[in-house]
Design a protein around this ligand. Structure first.
Ligand SMILES: Nc1ncnc2c1ncn2[C@@H]1O[C@H](COP(=O)(O)OP(=O)(O)O)[C@@H](O)[C@H]1O
Ligand SMILES: [Mg+2]
Length: 284
């Protein structure tokens, strides 16, 4: 991945609150989004995968991303989490600019600044991506101890709490191959939470799992939503999206076709493509 350094003035130029005065007695403050994505574009060779994507995630909000296979959902998450470089666009986490659009291309912050920004969020993949040669416990504690340089005692205490929360404390010495898919996904969630992110991304966290196992994972996510964890979840679980998310984003062909409250986007979609997609899912 290639990052271009950008001048320090542009970085951190955003303050925590955007305030403006209507008159002397009345000051309105618009709360800064935890994540702001503006006009992201990404192509792979000739293939334009993200055409112009803008969205905001507020603190404590759960955003579900729906859309057909190939619509660019994973690419959007990969660009937002800096696993993939975007061609153009702006990406701001918690007031810190990770990338900014300059003359039609994305200019990234310095490696050090990006390192700090990476502490803001975590990502849970469809296929769990645990380290196969680490125990459950080590999968959860390794990065907080070695990457974040936190104290072993504090991290181990936190790991115990999290593994109990996802119901896997008794498996702390097991290796991933000794666990079911659902158990592995619970470990992956505990591992992401151990980093104490402000925001968690999930890319189809249940699509590799059986329906009854899926229900258990969705319960964990619901619990996190109740605790006001900020989450962006790519999912095909429409009922879950309707019940848990504050905002639903429908993507198709590298564009956000529709976004809004679940009762609008899911139950009364304006767009024909959204309607067709939801009808197809219902038939499955
Ligand atoms: N690394 C890559 N190289 C080339 N094409 C890619 C790459 N990653 C994704 N694509 C293509 O981008 C399109 C969108 O993929 P993706 O973001 O995975 O969609 P979704 O997650 O919505 O199914 C697909 O046509 C896919 O084949
Ligand atoms: Mg995908």
């Amino acid at each position: 991945m290639h990052f271009v350094a950008m001048n320090s003035r542009a970085v951190n130029s955003n303050v925590g609150l955007n305030c403006y005065r209507e008159n002397i007695d009345e000051m309105e403050c618009e709360k800064m989004a935890l994540l702001q994505i503006d006009h992201i574009k990404k192509s792979f060779g000739e293939l334009e995968v993200l055409k112009d994507i803008s969205m905001k995630v507020e603190e404590g909000e759960v955003v579900s991303i729906l859309g057909p296979s190939g619509s660019g959902k994973s690419t959007l998450l990969r660009c937002a989490t800096l696993l993939e470089t975007m061609d153009d666009g702006t990406l701001i986490y918690d007031g810190k600019t990770a990338a900014e659009s300059v003359d039609g291309r994305a200019v990234y912050a310095s490696k050090q600044q990006l390192g700090e920004i990476k502490n803001t969020y975590g990502l849970v993949f469809q296929n769990f991506n645990l380290f196969p040669h680490y125990t459950v416990q080590k999968n959860v504690t390794d990065a907080p101890i070695h990457v974040q340089k936190r104290s072993r005692a504090e991290v181990e205490k936190k790991a115990e709490q999290l593994l109990k929360k996802v119901g896997l404390w008794e498996k702390k010495n097991a290796y991933p191959y000794q666990l079911s898919g659902g158990q592995q996904q619970r470990v992956a969630i505990a591992r992401a939470l151990a980093m104490e992110p402000k925001l968690l991304f999930f890319d189809e966290p249940t699509s590799a799992l059986d329906p009854e196992i899926t229900a258990g994972i969705l319960k964990v996510l619901k619990q996190l939503a109740m605790e006001k964890m900020t989450m962006v979840i790519v999912t095909h679980e429409i009922d879950f999206a309707r019940k848990v998310s504050g905002k639903v984003v429908f993507m198709d062909g590298g564009l956000i076709v529709e976004q809004g409250r679940p009762e609008d986007v899911i139950d009364h979609p304006d767009n024909e493509r959204t309607r067709m997609f939801l009808q197809k899912l219902e038939k499955q």
